[in-house]
Write a protein that binds this ligand. Structure first.
Ligand code: ADP
Ligand code: MG
Ligand code: ZN
Length: 605
């Protein structure tokens, strides 16, 4: 909708042009310049007998001379031409010889042009505002115009095949438990009698919980398709608008409609956004969120026993939801979607590779192995990138090379070969990355090195790609310590070789500080024992903010800082030890890197 604005303005501009062109055409006198003379010189010509015809229209005189040349002139208003000419001493006889035509002033054309010139701009203005108003309905202002309307989209009425969503449960992989649970919910809607006969309370609300990109929205769309009932979809932020009370009234409208169409499903995506999105200073604020939430709660409580509506919610921040939402009778079922494991990733890749020509070298299982921590969305993106890459190379099939290359692209951003490093920068980066890689292979707890590169990618000047040997759900303290040492090795290597530090390590240091602090405050791995020092999300007037709530004394704060520093010092010591011992090796790796820019796992070992 929005990109139409310039087009409309162009149209209006063009119509202005067209109108002025018409004016110019209708007023040919303005264009056709004839030689206008004074009345006295016309009179002179008449007395000389060189004029054969005169036309008078209003005050305007058009004369034709003997050579058929047009001469125009003007006479005084209110005085007849005869009198005027007599005043110049022309006698009747001469005048009689001339063919004089008196005409009414040409009222016609000019007559309606004048009112037109007033009406036309008004019409154009009205048109203009109408267009603006129509457009604005897409934007935040326009919703002020029709804010009471329910913005929920209705997907399919469960009957018309064409209108229903195309996503099915088969298009979702790696979240089997969630799928099963959702299928059960769909069954409630389809056969309510079966459950009611046993006195079972049908769940009101089902909350899909999981990190971004794992397929929450996708799952809901599949439900919309498979349940064969009306499906209302709305995003949490759509409840909140410019005006206070809109959220609540929208909620009411939504549920009213849903009750009419039951059995049906109402899907509220990004539920945590209710109350999150608002414009500071434009009203709204705390109460708006409360009102909307309360309205949702009230509606859910108000369902009669046999109301056949199920509310699906999705969020990636369940901890930020109002606890009242999670009480029985409301969102009392939670379906957790997790990041997919190896098997899940392989299946997801398979789904997204469908319809894309892979060649024999492509090994999807290997790609799955190399992508721990990728979400479904990341994997979909990966396959797409690989296809684009293959197309760029003018290939007709996608090979393993493109797939593997895309992993890095998704992980780190595109390669920036054009970003040329100077010789010195290249050297520093090479030693830095060699440091990371060497420590990673030397420490038992660290992750495997897959690839080292000093080709800039995204924000990083170089990178060492390392992946765990196998997938892990939990990490041990020694693994964390190894990770700290590896992260610090770039920094240590630079210092060791160049006796100088660079900004290249900034990102590593940031990660180090964060990790070390987590060890102390979150995981209970410091001297304090099993205790957590809290961070809490809380709401401020302007929205959500992460705020550290200090549930410890100033003295403890100092001790925490000391513990964090101790971890970092220790890790640094480990890195220094390894790199000093293996300095020759470090230099060797760096030299190869400077020459080749990239070292793969096999060669590195
Ligand atoms: P979110 O959990 O953030 O709502 P989405 O459902 O919007 O994530 O997922 C975004 C895209 O990622 C989907 O359109 C789909 O292409 C892909 N995707 C995510 N999870 C899966 C999955 N489990 N199986 C297949 N594709 C997935
Ligand atoms: Mg989503
Ligand atoms: Zn680094």
């Amino acid at each position: 909708m929005k990109n139409k604005a310039p087009k409309n303005i162009l149209i209006i501009f063009l119509s202005f042009l067209a109108v002025s062109a018409i004016f110019a055409l209708l007023n040919p006198q303005a264009l056709q310049k004839t030689n206008e003379v004074s009345l006295s010189s016309l009179a002179q010509q008449i007395s000389q007998g060189s004029i054969k015809e005169i036309q008078v229209s209003g005050d305007k005189i058009t004369a034709l001379d003997n050579q058929d040349k047009k001469i125009t002139s003007r006479k005084e208003t209110g005085v007849s031409l005869n009198d005027s000419l007599k005043a110049y001493g022309i006698n009747e006889e001469v005048l009689k010889a001339i063919d004089i035509k008196i005409e009414q002033e040409k009222q016609g054309l000019m007559g309606w042009l004048f009112p037109l010139s007033i009406i036309l701009p008004i019409v154009i203005f009205i048109l203009f505002f109408w267009l603006i108003a129509r457009q604005a309905k897409g934007g935040p202002m326009g919703q002020g115009f029709n804010f009471m309307k329910m913005p929920a989209k209705l997907f399919g009425d469960g009957k018309d095949e064409k209108k229903t969503e195309k996503v099915t449960f088969d298009d979702i992989a790696g979240v089997e438990e969630a799928k099963d649970e959702i299928k059960e919910v769909v069954d409630f809607l389809k056969n309510p009698k079966k459950y009611q006969a046993l006195g079972a309370r049908i769940p009101r609300g089902v909350l899909l919980v999981g990190p971004p990109g794992v397929g929450k929205t996708l799952l809901a769309r599949a439900v919309a398709n498979e349940a064969k009932v009306p499906f209302f979809s709305i995003v949490g932020s759509e409840f909140i608008e410019l005006f206070v009370g809109v959220g609540a009234s929208r909620t009411r409208a939504l549920f009213l409609e849903a009750k009419k169409q039951q059995p049906c499903i109402v899907f509220i995506d990004e539920l945590d956004a209710i109350g999150k999105m608002r414009m500071p200073g434009m009203g709204g604020g705390h109460e708006e969120r409360e009102q909307t939430l309360n309205q949702i709660l009230a509606e859910m409580d108000g369902f009669e026993r046999d109301t056949n509506i199920i509310i699906l919610g999705a969020t990636n921040k369940p901890e930020s939801l109002d606890p009242a939402l999670l009480r029985p009778g409301r969102f009392d079922r939670r379906v957790v979607l997790d990041l997919p494991d190896v098997k899940g990733r392989e299946e997801i890749l398979q789904i997204h590779c469908k319809g894309k020509p892979l060649d024999d070298t492509a090994k999807i299982n290997e790609v799955a192995e190399r992508t721990p921590g990728f979400s479904g969305a990341d994997l979909a993106n990966l396959v797409n990138e690989a296809a684009i890459l293959a197309a760029k190379k003018n290939r007709t099939t996608i090979s393993q090379t493109e797939l593997l290359e895309s992993i890095e692209k998704v992980l780190l951003g595109p390669e920036r070969r054009s970003h040329l490093l100077s010789e010195k920068e290249k050297e520093i980066t090479a030693y830095h990355e060699a440091g990371h890689a060497l420590t990673a292979t030397s420490l038992p707890g660290a992750e495997d090195v897959r690839k080292i590169s000093i080709v800039a990618r995204g924000m990083a000047a170089g990178y060492t790609l390392s992946l765990p040997k196998r997938e892990k759900r939990i990490k041990t303290k020694s693994e964390f310590l190894a990770e700290l040492a590896v992260l610090l090795s770039g920094y240590v290597a630079e210092r060791l070789i160049f006796k100088e530090l660079s900004t290249g390590a900034a990102n590593d240091l940031e990660k180090v500080s964060e990790l070390a602090r987590d060890l102390v405050t979150k995981y209970g791995m410091a001297k304090f024992g099993p205790i957590v020092f809290g961070i809490r999300e809380s709401m401020t007037f302007l929205g959500w903010e992460q705020e550290t709530e200090k549930n410890y004394s100033e003295k403890t704060a100092t001790e925490i800082d000391e513990e964090v520093a101790k971890f970092i010092k220790e890790a640094e010591g480990v890195a220094v030890k390894i790199l000093t011992q293996k300095k020759a090796m470090l230099t060797k790796i760096a030299k190869v890197l400077i020459e080749k820019e990239t070292i793969e796992k096999e060669e590195f070992e």
